[in-house]
Design a protein around this ligand. Sequence first.
Ligand code: TXA
Ligand code: MG
Length: 326
Amino acid sequence: MSIIKADKESIAQAAQIIKLGGLVAFPTETVYGLGADGLNPIAVAKIFEAKKRPAFNPLILHIAKKEALMELAELADQRIDLLIKKFWPGPLTLVLPKKRIVPDIVTSGNPTVAIRMPNHPVALQLIEASGTPIAAPSANRFGHLSPTEAKHVKKYIGPKVDIILDGGKCSVGVESTIIQFHENELYLLRPGGLAKEEIEKEIGKIKIGKSAKNKPTAPGQLPFHYSPNTTLRFYSDKLLDKKKKIGVLFFEQNKLNFPFASVKVLSKKGDLREAAANLFSHLHDLEKENLDLILVEPIENKGLGRAIMDRLKKASSRWNKATRVQ
Ligand code: TXA
Ligand code: MG
């Protein structure tokens, strides 16, 4: 495995690897993806292996042209049309009834498939040059922090991928928002890089949570996810212990007079976009510092704050007694 700067030549080389059934890590505007030919079941199986991802968790297919959607899924509703026109390419994934061409391993046997068109030139060129939809989850080990830089990919799954295309830091920094169309309703399955409010401006109210038939396997329904290897908790006075090496993640500024071992701020301007873009890279940096504890400040659950809080809640729930995994 090697990290290679993404350019015309390395993208062509990576596309060749995809065509031959290999694994390519590549940048998108949200997080780095771990890609394989989405129509080749054996190549897709390698993704599950590399990530140690349970087979019940389906993958997103990435396309480079809107027309490619018609080959993979049924366009079930006019509202979906509107969303595509407005937000693709961009951090919006649509879960739609699948067509037969999509292998079961991609959808974990579900009759639906998740599809998105990423807004990143490297991702789009790679998909185009590969001539196939690219199945890609986030390029991390299952359950761990998401990768927003090439070095994060290397740390978690480096030896398992054939090539890592380096396209710099991801500009959005949290995964795509996932919307499912089911029985005439639209459901938000995962808050992400496109705020729910933006979507509702276009198509009216959407429901939060799982649709009746959706198995409880979307990331939002797993007990933990996105966790650093260090205990992470929401800030509370009771957790401040001077004997411990504590790192802290604030939204706008350090509000506490305490000798923290490390202090990170998501956005000095209090800008939610900047905060989302910095979230995982700050958590990766804190994880490296061998701290006893990471404390995080809760932020308001609106706009991109909803996606940030979702990631932080899941990261912290790993350390609750009921769901502890280590
Ligand atoms: O921003 C993103 O979406 C990134 C980049 C690489 O595109 N990808 C990403 O993939 O976050 P992943 O696999 O880490 O998360 C996608 C989630 C899965 O956990 C899965 O539960 C949900 O999408 N999903 C996929 N197909 C689905 C389906 N048919 N029904 C319901 N949920 C689905
Ligand atoms: Mg993921």
